[in-house]
Design a binder for this molecule. Structure first.
Ligand code: AHR
Length: 503
């Protein structure tokens, strides 16, 4: 069996942190690489429906139960004219996309995405362009999508075949405007002003919408967290959420340090919450700004390959990270971290969904397959609905290059009172030792163990590929025992675990 360490956890229904907003399991489709073209949309593919939507991909998305999908970018949105992507396809212009140095055909646009999202059982989170454009294009797009009719832009939608409004509820005010790489990069004050004015009139068109202001594009940005303080001072009353973006990678081939990077996410969230509450206090406001972690994932494998892409190609294979077991464990730790902050993180988007740093990959003209990171995301999305518990944890710890006191056990628990289900998500970060976990579940009288799902393996670099799509898949763990209010289970070394209890 190998070496073992011990950890303890207390689960009690009296200690609920917060209800989990289902939108924490959101994702993202950008006009980037093969996310749209050759990903969700491939007319002529053997599984494509009459609209060109690949059904193999749609089914995998449905299985992930993604409640909301951000669109159309990302960096792309900062140069996008939404009018290019609506109306007769033959009349839509080809444009240079300066964000990714590709050519955008505009064959697919807002209405196609709305239809696709509906078929995926998802809502749309729509981003507006505050890079090259501004208030006018933003309020027109809200009118086009959400106004019932009888005005210039809503009538145009009807003319385009959509009598009923799309009623898109969540809107992002631009994207990563703090980044010098962004088309239309701004200072915090410049962005705060335009975001506020755009927000104000977008809500005048449709007062029911919710707005996400663009926070820092990473906690390492030199302007973080002054950026958040300044933009919120300018827009506090008109916005509802502030966004966070963060990508992680094992650039130094240092697994212990890589697995600890969720501590960076944890710290990032703490700081943004504090900054929001600082502005709240300064404004003597009763309103709380919540968080939308609307870009998060592992992204580093494809960095070198992307430098070789021919500029101005149409839908080239950009950002096609192939994930391994190690990455799946990091994604598991990141999911647990988001859940631990469910009192303030109300939305999040795994970036992205198909082909571009994604859980789902396709071969153009061929099959679709699931990456390693698909599994922790699916487990969390399917079983992680309910209330997150505050769970005291006692775990042995280690120090790594950038972090101290990293617990070997990363874990949280979700209680779904309605369904009578209790689910523990747990990562054992140790590469050498199993973790003997003992959970005090005396508060959950009448519950029994129904399943222990494990994702692990001897090769941390093992990946799923088009040729070998099922190399890394979950299996059943054995030996979880609930006796007299105590749940004991062995978490294999280097593993993602889901322990499911039912009443
Ligand atoms: O998700 C890929 C890119 O990462 C997005 O376009 C951008 O917002 C971020 O920098």
């Amino acid at each position: 069996m190998g070496n073992s360490k011990e950890a303890k956890m207390i689960l009690d229904p009296s200690f609920v942190l917060s209800k989990v907003d289902d939108r924490i399991y959101g994702s993202f489709i950008e006009h980037l690489g093969r996310a749209v073209y050759g990903g969700i949309y491939e007319p002529g593919h053997k599984t494509a429906n009459e609209q060109g939507f690949r059904q193999d991909v749609l089914q995998m998305v449905r299985d992930l139960r993604v409640p909301i999908v951000r669109y159309p970018g990302g960096n792309f949105v900062s140069g996008y004219n939404w009018e290019d992507g609506v109306g007769p396809v033959a009349e839509r212009p080809r444009r240079l996309d300066l964000a990714w140095h590709t050519t955008e055909t505009n064959e697919f646009g807002t209405n196609e995405f709305f239809d696709w999202a509906k078929q995926a059982d998802s809502e749309v989170m729509m981003a507006v362009n505050l890079g090259t454009r501004g208030i006018d294009a933003a309020r027109n797009l809200v009118e086009y999508c959400n106004h019932k009719g009888g005005s210039r832009w809503s009538d145009l939608r009807i003319q385009h075949g959509y009598r009923e409004p799309h009623n898109i509820k969540v809107w992002c005010l631009g994207n990563e405007m703090d980044g010098p790489w962004q088309i239309g990069h701004k200072t915090a004050y410049e962005y705060g002003r335009i975001a506020n004015e755009a927000a104000k009139v977008m809500k005048w068109v449709d007062p029911t919408i919710e707005l996400v202001t663009a926070g820092s594009s990473g906690s390492g940005m030199p302007t973080f967290p002054d950026w958040e303080a300044t933009i919120l001072e300018e827009s506090y009353n008109n916005v509802d959420y502030v966004s966070l973006h963060s990508y992680y990678g094992n650039r130094d081939n240092d697994t212990a340090n890589y697995l600890a990077q969720s501590l960076n996410m944890d710290n990032f969230i703490h700081t943004v919450v504090s900054t929001c509450d600082y502005v709240k206090a300064k404004k003597r406001s009763k309103k709380t700004i919540n968080l939308s972690f609307d870009e998060w994932n592992v992204w580093f494998h494809s960095n070198e390959a992307d430098k070789k892409i021919e500029p101005w190609s149409i839908a080239p294979p950009l950002l096609e990270d192939i994930y391994n077991l190690e990455d799946a464990l990091v994604v598991g730790c990141l999911l647990i971290t988001l859940l631990k902050h469910a009192d303030r993180v109300k939305m999040a988007s795994l970036a992205q969904l198909v082909n571009v740093i994604a859980p789902i990959m396709t071969t153009t003209g061929g099959d679709a397959w699931r990456q390693t990171i698909y599994y922790p995301f699916m487990h969390a999305s399917v079983y992680g609905r309910g209330s997150v518990l505050q769970c005291p944890i006692q775990s042995p710890k280690y120090d790594s290059k950038d972090f101290t006191d990293v617990p070997y056990l990363e874990s949280t628990a979700i209680w779904n009172e309605e369904l009578g289900e209790l689910t523990v998500f747990a990562v054992n970060r140790s590469e050498s030792d199993h973790l003997a976990l003992e959970c005090d579940v005396r508060g959950f009288a009448g519950y029994r163990v129904v399943e222990h799902i494990v994702l692990t393996g001897d090769d941390k670099a093992a990946s799923n590929t088009a040729e070998d799509p099922n190399r890394v898949t979950p299996s059943r763990g054995a030996g979880a025992v609930l006796d007299n209010g105590s749940l004991t289970v062995t978490l294999p070394k280097f593993s993602w675990n889901v322990l499911r209890l039912q009443k």
